[in-house]
Design a protein around this ligand. Structure first.
Ligand code: SF4
Length: 347
């Protein structure tokens, strides 16, 4: 069951059966930008980020983001609360989407101005309802999931009254069960594209666990068109976590799969350090391939043989496998160089 409606966000289509896209959010105030910022945006794209969102708390941030949008290889989203003028200003630039809720803009004429400009510029809008900031009359309702969905439906209704359909909806909570319930309930009633995520999900390990527990079932049920894994960690971690969640759900685009051993007292090769050194490069590969990084001869050769490229410790040597065959046997200090050479053949 894919969302029937689709919405175009720059070069990415959300919904309509298109691949589930990956998002993250810039974690610092964007006071200015330089080549390093553009390069980091590009690198996020290499890792698999499709859409990048920025908080826009004031007019300076709106103009800085607008400037960056002209150089960005990724579609950029402006995340705005309360001030409709910020939304209007962002749409003077090639911003691909804005996130704003009609309910916190204020007067109806302000919402109408935002919608008129969004329609004119072809900019879609994401409604983002969070469990932590529900309207006063819904805040204490016993059925929290129903309250969140009702809050989202109120926001959607405003856009529907104005005949504006380029809408994506997110309903986020910090716990797994509520995330499951709100998205199942909303998707049973509406066909707007859904942005999924567990918000304020915690530090890296807790956040990945919670997002995986919530997003995998939803994605397997065909619910969800774009995801953001919110972590108290780097943007790059959010992107890689999102890719792995899509892979767990069987919804991944082509890409790399890393198999690596946890290491034990038999290890003759430091798989942790090796995997950490190569992770960034591996996740940037465009090829679909399985890479095995193994510590010893107990399970190493078996896993490495089944991978497109494998490396395993073997006594005082390191063995490289390619497509099931031993390719090279080298000293550990040469492992990175030789692995890099073999990896280049996959690209
Ligand atoms: S592959 Fe070898 S080192 Fe790694 S966990 Fe298995 S037995 Fe231990």
């Amino acid at each position: 069951m894919a969302t029937a409606r689709s919405v175009k966000v720059g070069t990415v289509i959300i919904g309509g059966g298109w691949p589930v896209s990956v998002q993250t959010m810039w974690k610092e105030p964007l006071e200015s930008f330089d080549d390093a910022v553009v390069e980091r945006v590009r690198h996020l794209g290499e890792l698999g980020c499709d859409i990048l969102r920025f908080a826009v708390p004031d007019m300076k941030a709106a103009e800085t983001l607008g400037g960056l949008a002209g150089f960005s290889p990724l579609p950029l989203v402006a995340d705005i609360h309360f001030d409709w003028q910020l939304a209007l200003r962002c749409m003077d630039f090639p911003i691909a989407k804005i996130r704003i809720n009609p309910g916190n803009i204020g007067a109806r004429w302000k919402v109408e101005e935002v919608v008129a400009k969004a329609r004119d510029k072809g900019v879609p809008i994401r409604i983002g309802v969070n469990a932590g900031s529900l309207p006063n009359d819904l805040r204490d309702r016993r059925d929290r999931a129903a309250a969140i969905v009702e809050a989202a439906e109120r926001e959607v209704a405003v856009f529907e009254e104005l005949g504006f359909a380029e809408v994506i909806v997110s309903m986020k909570a910090s716990d797994v069960q509520t995330t499951l319930e709100v998205n199942r309930l909303f998707s049973s009633r509406h066909d707007y594209p859904l942005h999924l995520g567990v918000t304020e999900a915690g530090p890296l390990i807790a956040g990945v666990a919670r997002n995986t527990a919530a997003l995998v079932p939803l994605l397997q049920e065909g619910i969800g068109d774009t995801i953001r894994v919110s972590l108290s960690s780097a943007m790059e971690d959010e992107v890689i976590a999102a890719r792995e969640i899509l892979a767990c759900a069987g919804r991944a685009k082509a890409g790399i799969s890393i198999v690596s051993c946890p290491r034990c007292g038999r290890a003759s090769f430091d798989t942790h350090a090796f995997t950490a050194r190569w992770s960034d490069r591996l996740y940037s590969l465009k090829a679909s391939a399985t890479i095995a990084v193994m510590g010893c001869v107990v399970n190493g050769p078996g896993e490495a043989r089944h991978a497109d490229l494998g490396i395993t410790g073997a006594g005082d040597k390191v063995v490289i496998f390619r497509k099931g065959q031993i390719s090279r046997t080298v000293d550990p200090e040469d492992a990175d160089t030789v692995f890099g050479e073999e990896l280049a053949k996959l690209e």
